[in-house]
Design a protein around this ligand. Structure first.
Ligand code: DQA
Length: 160
């Protein structure tokens, strides 16, 4: 692996189906922020901790899996697979192969909506789960992820 391939301090954020329409989806569940604004906030937190950040969104399950595989050795992975969270065993199996810590984040509280949303088939392969805290939940998940990956602010202070 060359220096430029080094993904050890790379946070990868993957958004799944329909999250491109944040800002138009029901505000009662998802708020009014657009995806670009949400990703700006996440990237800012990562950068403040000395991490790089790349964000992708796709409406195609196979493409989501391809992205998980491409970034399986990144320092940390944050996913919101949208509705796939509740039934995609293929995404669950892709996440199982990821080497770094994974956070699954949901804007809405998936435990307090329709019964089918309460089930998360990816739950056993992620280390951090945040649900129902809107954009703030993403930023907290990033901080927790980077701590877990050994590259959070505390770690930087220890080594720097
Ligand atoms: C979501 C919750 C899912 O149930 C839903 O299908 C989404 C978004 C959330 O962020 O709250 O698309 O993952």
């Amino acid at each position: 692996m060359t220096f430029s391939d080094d993904m050890s301090r790379l946070l990868v954020v993957l958004h799944g189906a329909n999250l491109n329409l944040l800002g138009e989806r029901p505000a009662a569940h998802y708020g009014t922020l657009r995806l670009a604004e949400l990703e700006e906030g996440i990237t800012g937190v990562a950068r403040a901790h000395g991490w790089k950040c790349v964000c992708h969104q796709t409406n195609h399950e196979g493409e989501f899996i391809d992205l998980v595989q491409r970034y399986r050795h990144a320092g940390a992975l944050l996913v919101n697979p949208g509705a796939w969270t509740h039934y995609s065993y293929a995404i669950r199996d892709a996440l199982e192969v990821v080497s770094g810590p994974i956070a699954a984040v949901h804007l809405s509280d998936i435990t307090k909506r329709e019964a089918w949303r309460a089930q998360a088939v990816i739950a056993d392969v992620v280390q951090i789960r945040v649900s129902g805290r809107g954009p703030a939940g993403y930023e907290d998940a990033v901080k927790a992820l980077l701590e877990l990956a050994g590259g959070g602010m505390n770690e930087m202070h220890k080594t720097g």
